[in-house]
Design a protein around this ligand. Structure first.
Ligand SMILES: NC(=O)CC[C@H](N)C(=O)O
Length: 223
């Protein structure tokens, strides 16, 4: 199984994501360029990293969502391949319609860059089964468009289906219902604003992100 990391012009967390996967999985991840139209055959997992794809023009993630490679990503996501979108990756997944809602400008309009305390709401997903429900973890955030928005009916649906995976313990960006991360109805697509790839090594100041990568890889191993 190979893990791929999609790279757009303006991505800036792609290297961190490649390194996080390599460190935790023990095998190199493959970079996938935005203009590619085909994905490698050996791919078992796709990560869409953070950054400012296409300069965040129009809206964060709007142009990346329409780039050639994302057609192929959408196809495999619909077939059940795990897809992790972090920060700009989450924005791209909502713009593609793979996840509901939108990421609006932060309440207060400031860029927020800090360690965020999260509550693990659902520890039964392929991405979070190594955590325990209710566990508090610290993962860094760095964004200006992290204010999760969806209408009330969608928010109720997400809550009722257990699709809210992470919540902010201290919500500074204004996200509806403190939502920091959600999964798709089928459970194989996770979007989250905090950066687990920035919390995998003690030198980062914390390693709470490691469990997310470990959970994903464990879920992919044949039984
Ligand atoms: N770190 C990131 O991925 C930044 C995401 C996005 N472009 C924002 O600032 O909201």
């Amino acid at each position: 199984m190979t893990a791929g990391v999609v790279i757009f012009p303006g991505s800036n967390c792609d290297r961190d994501m490649l390194v996080a996967i390599e460190r935790v999985l023990g095998r190199p991840a493959v970079p996938i360029w935005h203009a590619d139209t085909q994905l490698p055959d050996t791919l078992g997992l796709i990560a869409i990293p953070g950054g400012f794809s296409y300069g965040d023009y129009l809206r964060s993630g709007a142009m990346a969502a329409r780039s050639p490679v994302m057609r192929a990503v959408s196809e495999v996501a619909h077939k059940g391949m795990p897809v992790l979108g972090v920060c700009n990756g989450f924005q791209i997944l909502t713009e593609m319609g793979l996840l509901p809602g939108a990421l609006l400008r932060n309440a207060g309009t400031n860029f927020i860059c800090r360690d965020a305390e999260l509550i693990v709401e659902n520890a039964r997903t392929p991405f979070t089964h190594g955590y325990t429900a209710g566990q508090r973890i610290t993962i860094p955030v760095a964004h200006h468009d992290g204010n999760y928005f969806a209408d009330d009916a969608t928010l109720d649906l997400l809550e009722n289906e257990g699709r809210v995976v992470f919540r902010y313990a201290d919500n500074r960006n204004g996200s509806a219902r403190d939502i920091a991360g959600i999964v798709s109805a089928a459970g194989n697509v996770l979007g989250m604003m905090p950066h687990p790839e920035r919390a995998i090594d003690a030198a980062h100041g914390g390693t709470d992100g490691r469990t997310l990568f470990q959970s994903m890889f464990d879920a992919l191993q044949p039984a």
